[in-house]
Design a protein around this ligand. Structure first.
Ligand SMILES: [Zn+2]
Length: 237
């Protein structure tokens, strides 16, 4: 069941549920990147928002702890020959070639060839790969936006790709701008499309309410399977 209300603070969404409780209470689920809040039945949402805003730095700190742990895990990659990296949902073997030319990345069958100058540091190799992932996304995203703008009758004025701590995407409704997580280049392409559609639905509907999910069902009936695929709970749609 989708939550009743969502309060959005920066890129953090707080799921608000009215319950038979006396006080406002915030709970953080760092593993899932979720923040839930229970409020007394008659409490106004603006009061809940004010309360959450006061706790913002505390919420952020607890969410980011997990993100930092995750990032550390990612950083444990060594960017050496034979290491497994994921591209568009496919596992690929990294093949490092040292060449005296500007760095480059190429996909060859199940190999991800990384061409770097001799004795390049793991950080350098990582940044070459990150920029390549970014370029992969920047090639695919405009095609998806174009396709869905026609179907959904919304305009996206701008999009960007960035490393996000807790989210797959965000939408600035007023500016009609969407941001997408760099990590999406590692997931099945269906996941990227799902997140693009999700963010574009926000141009119609800001909240994750019934109307939002009705629009999701209408535009992308298999969005739930894609959601599971994105979160790694299932291998195929
Ligand atoms: Zn959303």
């Amino acid at each position: 069941m989708p939550p009743k209300h969502i309060i959005q603070l920066d890129d953090i969404e707080i799921e608000v549920t009215r319950k038979s409780v006396k006080n406002l209470n915030i709970r953080i689920y760092p593993t899932a990147g979720r923040v839930a809040m229970s409020i007394p039945k008659r409490t106004d949402l603006s009061v809940a928002e004010e309360f959450a805003r006061k706790k913002f730095s505390w919420i952020n700190k607890h969410l980011n702890k997990r993100a930092i742990q995750k990032a550390k895990k990612v950083q444990s990659l060594s960017y050496r020959d034979g290491e497994i990296h994921t591209v568009w949902g496919q596992k690929m073997v990294l093949s490092v070639n040292e060449v005296n030319r500007p760095p480059r990345v190429q996909k060859r069958d199940d190999k991800l060839c990384l061409m770097v100058r001799p004795e390049s540091s793991p950080q350098k190799r990582e940044s070459v790969l990150i920029e390549w992932y970014r370029a992969e996304l920047k090639r695919e995203i405009p095609k998806l936006i174009k396709k869905w703008e026609g179907i959904m009758k919304v305009d996206v004025r701008e999009f960007g790709v960035k490393r996000m701590k807790t989210r797959w995407g965000t939408c600035n409704i007023r500016a009609q701008r969407i941001w997408l997580s760099l990590e999406l280049a590692k997931k099945d392409p269906k996941c990227l499309e799902y997140v693009v559609v999700h963010e574009m639905v926000h141009v119609h509907e800001r909240l994750h309410n019934k109307r939002f999910y009705r629009l999701m069902d209408q535009f992308l009936p298999d969005w739930r399977e894609r959601d599971l695929l994105l979160k790694g709970e299932k291998r195929t749609c």
